[in-house]
Design a protein around this ligand. Sequence first.
Ligand code: ATP
Length: 636
Amino acid sequence: MKTKSKIMGFSKFFVLPFFASIMLHNYIVIHALENAEIVIGFTEDERNALLALKDGLRSTFLDDQWQSFDCFDHWYGVNCSDNRVVGVTLENLDIYGEIKLDAFFNLTSLSVLSFKNNSLSGELMDFSRNIDLTYLDLSNNHFNGVISPSLVDLVLLQSLNLQDNRLSGAIPWFDQSSLKELNLSNNNLSGPIPDTKKLQSFNSSSYDHNLFLCGPPSSTPCSFTSPATNNSGKPEKSGIVVILIIVNILGLLVLLFLLLLFYKKNKQLNQKIIEKKEKDEEKAVEEVEVETSSKMMDRHENGGKEDEGKLEFVDGVAEFELGDLMKASAESLGKGNFGNTYRARLEDGRNVIVKRLRDLKPLSNDEFMKMMKEIAAQKHPNLTPILAYYFSKNEKLLVQKFITNGNLFNHIHGGRGTTDRIPFRWSARLAVARGVARALEYLHMSPNSQSQTLVPHGNLKSSNVLIDENNMVLVSDYGFTSIISNTIAVQRMFAFKSPEFLTSKRVSKKSDVWSYGSLVMELLTGRLSVQSAPQDENAVDLCNWVHRAVREEWTAEIFDLEIMGQRSATHGMLKLLQLAVRCCDKSPEKRPEMSEVVREVESIKIPNADSESEEDMSGDGDRSLTDDSMSATPSR
Ligand SMILES: Nc1ncnc2c1ncn2[C@@H]1O[C@H](COP(=O)(O)OP(=O)(O)OP(=O)(O)O)[C@@H](O)[C@H]1O
């Protein structure tokens, strides 16, 4: 009896709403297409629009499928009715690329549009001409920018799913009564949730995991009273009405006051524009100004309630409060595999990195704190310092030192083929190979590593190697194998792509050695690696590639042209290549230990800066390497 009532309770709260939401979802899609008595063909404008859409998407699948003149003859995912396109459903296809803002202008009968679970990027499209749209699902892609204000005017829209993207800015004033399903969670949206009947009618899960979103129905209260800039302009309209009334009542005196206020705001706006320009130049992704919830700060400062955590500082000295972080202006640096990463600028001008951790193992507060303490206790000049961490029911944060000079991925690949490219010389690459080797050696040898919970690093890749203002090389995201859920680790961490994991389902320190070999190959070849750019179609499994390259004697094609011209470095490059080949060995036992790697990489002489700048950096490359010189056998 007891068990039965438990099950009843469970189904009441979880199973029934789950099925109800699936049924609602299906109902909306079926209803949207119910009049679609399918016939062959579509207008020429629509066909051209679909072909233009296909051109922007990098998908060989669509290239094959979308060719003929008839809508139903191989146009995968396209539904037509009465010679008009009424539905485009391209889900789970791993499609990349951007969709133009006006891509759907000519599809004016479109009712259902879904691109869910792909890798599309760029800004959301303009749907102002798609007045029949009832179902829109762009979830789980990489869309950025604001939510298109054109969606507010779609009075037939019933279902809107934009979750799991990188959308920023305020939520537009949706209030159409047709809307039955809404999910905006897991984005970078900010500001108060607009006070419309419709938006307030959804529960907080529609808005979850938007760090800077506040106000009901979310659980984060807003402290600021002035409405955030929005896309529909509604607050501005009511603001104008209010201002007009005040002007009428108070006359010239108030007008002068408003002018003064306007002058001040304008000045602030100009300041913001200048700041934004500077940020764009630094290739910042976006910036969101936020203010804190004073209530949250108060609660935190007063010791907090039960479910509110405490910011734990690694060195025991609280350098700032959680409230300071919440108050800071935050710039999103990207959506990593384990959560979003922000650069937060504290009021005193200091920058710190805040990682919102997701997909963790089901750890209790104590377990998380213990794990993080162990991870953070690993200190080495080549490891990015962890400053603090935080655990609450709904939020797990990792605060790291901000490393100013970017990541290795950008140093190797950034600005290629443009005048902005800053050459990444051999000496700098060798310094990276040394720094990373030392960091891994430390992680593998430190007393903490004996517990076996913290090793391997598991996710060594070029975006996790940072370079500071003194050109010091710092490895970050160490220890994640101990806190990230196993299923997610297997899917997303690079060590789990190693040959041994594929055969024996186990990773070890030697899997890090294999990752190191691949990273060194990225340094030497300048090629995109699946390690760091897994979804890029030009990315290569460099460990496999190097074995083929050496076997098939592609002697002249291995090294990055940018360093080929540095003739005095040829010997060092070959030594490093031989080391990388050994690290990439399919059999873990044949790979060297990291301490051996450190010894070998340190024996390679770093050229001095003067001789390096004298050498030919023109990029012609020295193609005089002989086949013998490329032998993978170590030359010691
Ligand atoms: N401490 C830091 N200082 C400066 N930049 C950082 C720091 N930590 C991360 N970054 C940068 O922020 C961006 C996002 O990092 P994040 O770790 O979330 O994702 P990732 O490295 O791309 O992937 P993954 O989640 O698999 O590690 C990357 O460009 C990374 O180089």
